[in-house]
Write a protein that binds this ligand. Structure first.
Ligand code: CP
Ligand code: NVA
Length: 349
């Protein structure tokens, strides 16, 4: 829900601010900041999170491993070559056994049904670390990055009060900045990352403009679109096959790889179908994007979908976005941990 996501983002912001001086102390121990150093929350002290990854990962894995240790716990990386699952043992049995020894499971899978299967049989919470349909933790980092950079979008200085009315108790001066409603264009493949944007960004007040190739196979699958409609997000989404039309008035332009993990056999056809979809300065100028548009990408990135000028240029938020994978995943771990302690719903999203 939106309040849950807001809570996750606010806590990610707090964790970042608490942990950063601890991890990267400046000025030595005599510096006055040293006196205010606080050890990040040790909420996972002596606890273990299993990282059940059947696909490659740089960001999600490193974020999970480093943030579990910062919270005083431990992450066990269990790649598909390491454990019995799928070869000598069913997902059901593995989920029960791993869940009997660890306090949470963070699972990156092929088909989305695999993570559902873990969740069904695990005695501990299971969080999706990417599936064929969804990539929820990515979107937390994207939202956090947009909020942190709200000044780039000319967001008005908000009246920061806890109740949001401008009359209640003022928020701490370090609260995550608020963000004006944006027009967010996505030019590329309708894959897991986009799918989570479709069900999240409109609920935060943002408009989405999507361009995918004309062939219906590049549209969001029914399971995703049904959820978009159920959440009432469809009215804030416009879909086209023309990248220029999609970027019109865009404050942010986003893309992802055209060939997601597992689609390598379709590469040749996909390169043909995505001709003209590369994000460039020219595309956004001709399409009439907001002159101050910013660029985002979940990474890993290939040059096909965005050229170097944009990717490494001043519009790009891609590396702060990647860094924020850590704080948001750390926040998810804490959230899940406290949800279990307080017997709240185990369903984070
Ligand atoms: N963005 C993302 O999920 O990256 P990895 O696949 O490297 O984890
Ligand atoms: N759509 C991409 C995202 C990688 C983080 C994939 O599934 O490979």
């Amino acid at each position: 829900t939106v309040p849950q996501i807001q809570r996750l983002l606010n806590n990610a912001h707090v964790l970042k601010q608490t942990s950063t001086p601890w991890l990267y102390p400046t000025g030595g121990l005599h510096h006055k900041r040293a006196k205010t150093l606080r050890l990040p929350s040790q909420s996972l002290f002596n606890k273990s999170v299993a990282l059940l990854f059947s696909k490659r990962s740089t960001r999600t894995r490193v974020a999970a491993e480093t943030s579990a240790s910062l919270l005083g716990g431990r992450a066990l990386f269990l790649g598909k070559e390491d454990i019995q699952i799928g070869v000598n043992e069913s997902a059901r049995d593995s989920a029960r056994v791993i869940g009997g020894m660890c306090q949470g499971i963070f699972a990156r899978v092929g088909d989305h049904s695999e993570v559902e299967e873990f969740a069904k049989h695990s005695p501990v919470p299971v969080v999706n670390a990417l599936s064929s349909l969804w990539h929820p933790t990515q979107i937390l980092a994207d939202l956090m990055t947009l909020h942190e950079n709200s000044h780039l979008f000319g967001s008005p200085e908000p009246v920061q009060t806890e109740d949001g009315t401008g009359k209640g108790k003022p928020k701490g001066k370090n609260a995550l900045p608020t963000l004006r409603p944006l027009t967010i264009a996505y030019v590329g493949d309708s894959a897991n990352v986009l799918h989570d944007m479709l069900v999240t960004f409109p609920r935060f007040g943002h408009q989405m403009r999507i361009a995918t190739p004309a062939d219906a196979k590049y549209r969001a699958p029914d399971a995703v679109w049904d959820r978009v409609v159920e959440l009432g997000c469809d009215k804030d989404i416009k879909w086209t096959a023309d990248p220029k039309e999609a970027v019109k008035g865009a404050d942010v332009v986003v893309t992802d790889t055209w060939i997601s993990m597992g689609q390598e056999a379709e590469a040749e056809q996909r390169y043909k179908d995505f001709a003209g979809f590369q994000v460039t300065e020219e595309l956004c100028r001709l399409g009439g994007a907001n002159p101050d548009w910013k660029f985002m990408h979940c990474l890993p990135r290939k040059k096909n979908e965005v050229d170097d000028e944009v990717f490494y240029g001043p519009r790009s938020l891609v590396f702060p976005e990647a860094d924020n994978r850590k704080w948001t995943i750390m926040s998810v771990f804490e959230y899940v941990h406290f949800s279990v302690i307080f017997s709240r719903s185990q369903d984070v999203f």
